[in-house]
Design a protein around this ligand. Structure first.
Ligand code: GLN
Length: 287
C-alpha cells in the first residue's frame, strides 16, 4: 500500500514546526510497512489533486496569506472537488482560515478558497498559548499550541473539539477547529500530530480506506513517547491552571469557564479541573 501526501506551501506556511506533521504521517506509515510519498507543493505550483491521498497545509503569517491568496483562485475548483469527494486534509491555523471565504485583516480582506462557508476576523490581541481539547472524535485529549490574531466563526459546522484549556476559534465560543467530511481544520500547532497520534492515525486510516476500501485498518504502535508527550502537556496546563486558580481565588481563565460570572467562578474551576481529569484519562466530553 502507498499514500501520496501533498505538502502544501512549505515555502510560505511552516510556523511552529508544522512540517513535523508531514514527518509524522510519513513515519507512522513506514513503521507499518506502508509506503509514503511526500510531494512538496510550492506557491504557484500546479496541483494534481487526483494523484493525492492526503493534503497537509501548515500555519503562516498574515503576509504569507496575502501572497498565496492570489494563487488560490487557480486551484479552488479542483481543491473543492477533492474535499467533496472525501479527500483527506489537515489544515493548520492560516491554512484553516484560508479554507474559508475571507480573512478580514486590519486593512484588507484576504480571499480564501471558500471551500468552507466560514469567516475569520483579525483582532489586535493575539490568542497565544498551550491549548487542550476534548474531542468527540478521539479518546485522548488533543494537545497543542495556538498563536493567532484571527477569530474564526465556523457557523453550524461541527468543531474538532471543546476547549478545556486555551482559547480556540474565537475565544468566546469554547470550541476549536472544524470537521467537514475528511477535512480537519485547527489552530493547533505543536506540531499537532506527533503529540496526538490518534489524530494522525485517524487521518491515515481515512485516506487508506478511501483508496483501498473499508477493510483496511492500521496496526497498533507502542506510542510510549507520544502518550508521554501528550500527558505531559495535560499535566502542565493543569498545574498552570491550579496556580492561576489559587492566586485568583477561583477566578478562572479557560474555555467556557472564562465566561463564568463572579459567583460561580469557583464552581467553574472545579468543573474544568474535573474535565481535565477526564481528559487525562482519555474520556470523551459529554454535552
Ligand atoms: N496569520 C494568521 C493569524 O495570525 C495565522 C497565524 C498562524 O498560522 N499561526 O491569525
Amino acid at each position: 500500500m502507498k499514500l501520496s501526501i501533498g505538502y502544501l506551501y512549505p515555502d510560505l506556511f511552516n510556523l511552529y514546526g508544522d512540517r513535523g506533521n508531514v514527518k509524522c504521517l510519513e513515519k507512522r506509515l513506514q513503521w507499518r510497512g506502508i509506503e509514503a510519498e511526500i510531494h512538496p507543493i510550492l506557491c504557484g505550483d500546479r496541483i494534481n489533486f487526483s494523484g493525492l491521498d492526503m493534503i497537509c497545509w501548515g500555519g503562516g503569517p498574515d503576509r504569507g496569506q496575502e501572497i498565496i491568496s492570489g494563487y488560490l483562485k487557480a486551484i479552488r475548483h479542483d481543491f473543492r472537488a477533492y474535499v467533496e469527494d472525501g479527500g483527506v486534509v489537515l489544515a493548520v491555523c492560516a491554512a484553516f482560515q484560508l479554507l474559508g471565504r475571507t480573512y478580514t485583516m486590519r486593512e484588507q480582506v484576504v480571499e480564501g478558497l471558500g471551500i468552507l462557508d466560514i469567516h475569520t476576523q483579525w483582532q489586535p490581541a493575539r490568542l497565544v498559548g498551550n491549548i487542550i481539547l476534548q474531542s468527540p472524535y478521539f479518546k485522548a485529549a488533543i494537545v497543542g499550541f495556538e498563536n493567532h490574531a484571527g477569530r474564526t466563526d465556523i457557523g453550524t459546522y461541527p468543531p474538532l473539539g471543546k476547549v478545556v484549556f486555551g482559547h480556540g476559534n474565537t475565544e468566546q465560543s469554547g470550541y476549536e477547529g472544524i470537521v467537514y467530511k475528511n477535512l480537519i481544520g485547527t489552530y493547533l500547532h505543536g506540531p499537532l500530530l506527533p503529540k496526538n497520534p490518534e489524530v494522525c492515525d485517524g487521518l491515515l486510516e481515512r485516506a487508506l480506506k478511501r483508496k483501498y476500501g473499508d477493510q483496511v485498518s492500521l496496526g497498533e504502535l507502542p506510542d510510549i513517547s507520544e502518550h508521554r508527550a501528550n500527558h505531559y502537556m495535560v499535566e502542565r496546563c493543569r498545574s498552570a491552571e491550579e496556580k492561576h486558580t489559587a492566586i485568583h481565588f477561583g477566578a478562572f481563565g479557560f474555555g467556557n469557564s472564562r465566561k463564568a460570572g463572579k459567583d460561580n467562578k469557583r464552581e467553574s474551576a472545579n468543573t474544568c479541573r474535573k474535565q481535565m481529569d477526564r481528559t487525562a484519562d482519555g474520556e470523551k466530553y459529554d454535552e
